[in-house]
Design a protein around this ligand. Structure first.
Ligand SMILES: Nc1ncnc2c1ncn2[C@@H]1O[C@H](COP(=O)(O)OP(=O)(O)OP(=O)(O)O)[C@@H](O)[C@H]1O
Ligand SMILES: [Mg+2]
Length: 295
């Protein structure tokens, strides 16, 4: 099994170093940027931010794949108003290929549905893990892969975070959310010692830009003092009734109300991400290598 895994790894590195093969046999010279959206506390707005970021990216012409990385209680499909027949669990269990479960959406991006009631990806055998990570590499035709993770520190979440180029931690101004954001940042800072992802903060549900800045500065200061770790402030999203209204209608707010305050904030955030470079020299081979490590 060891041999098989290292053979596969070598093969992947070779393929990815020489460019990324697309289905039509052409080579995609662009590197895929892998963004993971996470939080310490649940319910802070990760999935809404992930879905609407995917739309904002698609609207500027990027090829985007949104992955519902929540293997416990996946619900991005609910936000999108679609009912997938198969999901990531079928890929993990080898019942489907990644291509089988990639779904086109009406919003110009592709979507990979998450699983319900499964949270033990860390217990996959080495062979299953290699197989799964290898299947992820078939997504390398995208410019941007956005992974919406479950909240907290399940090992499956850490596996996904460690494989991303950028990790965006979402918090609200509530003290409990701030404390839990610090908690997840601490885990990332202490457990991922090599090849740390770019860590940035998104403050959701603010009432003013000053509030967003204040919350972010508080976290950045504590993280700098106690963890000696540099994180940045990416941006904020206003508390806006448009968000809950769009959840109820199962229509993303960037589509339903492109000029609403929350939509403008998401477009700003995407604009800021695009201004920051990402250092991954490896693209998906990094994902492959890192996800393949057990957590
Ligand atoms: N900017 C906002 N303004 C107003 N309400 C918001 C905002 N962001 C999120 N909400 C509310 O919070 C709810 C939860 O959002 P969402 O499902 O995106 O959170 P989550 O972090 O993905 O949750 P989970 O941890 O359960 O996956 C939304 O249904 C909405 O009612
Ligand atoms: Mg969610």
């Amino acid at each position: 099994m060891e041999d098989q895994a290292s053979e596969l790894k070598a093969m992947m590195h070779h393929r990815l170093e020489s460019g990324v093969y697309q289905a039509n046999g052409k080579v995609n010279a662009n590197k895929t940027r892998i963004i993971a959206i996470t939080s310490g506390k649940g319910g802070v707005g990760k999935s809404n931010i992930a879905v609407n970021m995917a739309i904002a990216y698609a609207q500027v012409g990027k090829r985007v794949i949104l992955i519902d990385g929540d293997l416990g209680m996946a619900n991005v499909n609910v936000l999108l108003g679609v009912s997938p027949k198969a999901n990531l669990l079928d890929v993990i269990n080898n019942r489907r290929s990644m291509a089988d479960i990639v779904t086109d959406t009406e919003y110009g991006f592709q979507f990979i549905p998450g699983a319900n009631g499964f949270s033990h990806i860390a217990n996959l055998s080495e062979e299953e893990m290699t197989n799964f990570a290898n299947k992820f590499s078939t997504l390398s035709t995208a410019d941007i892969v956005i992974i919406d993770t479950g909240a907290g520190i399940a090992s499956s979440v850490l596996g996904l975070l460690s494989a991303a180029d950028d990790v965006y931690v979402v918090t609200t101004p509530e003290p409990t959310s701030i404390t839990d954001a610090y908690g997840i940042i601490k885990i990332i800072a202490t457990e991922m010692l090599e090849n740390r992802p770019n860590l940035k903060l998104i403050v959701n549900r603010v009432h003013s830009s000053a509030e967003g800045k204040r919350v972010a500065e508080r976290i950045i200061t504590i993280v700098g003092q106690f963890l000696n770790y540099q994180i940045d402030y990416l941006g904020f999203v206003y508390d806006d009734v448009t968000v809950s209204a769009s959840v109820l209608r199962q229509k993303p707010f960037l589509i339903a109300k492109p000029d609403a305050k929350c939509s403008v904030c998401i477009k700003h955030i995407v604009g800021r991400i695009e201004k920051t470079s990402f250092d991954s020299q490896e693209g998906f081979s990094r994902f492959f290598r890192k996800f393949n490590r057990k957590w």
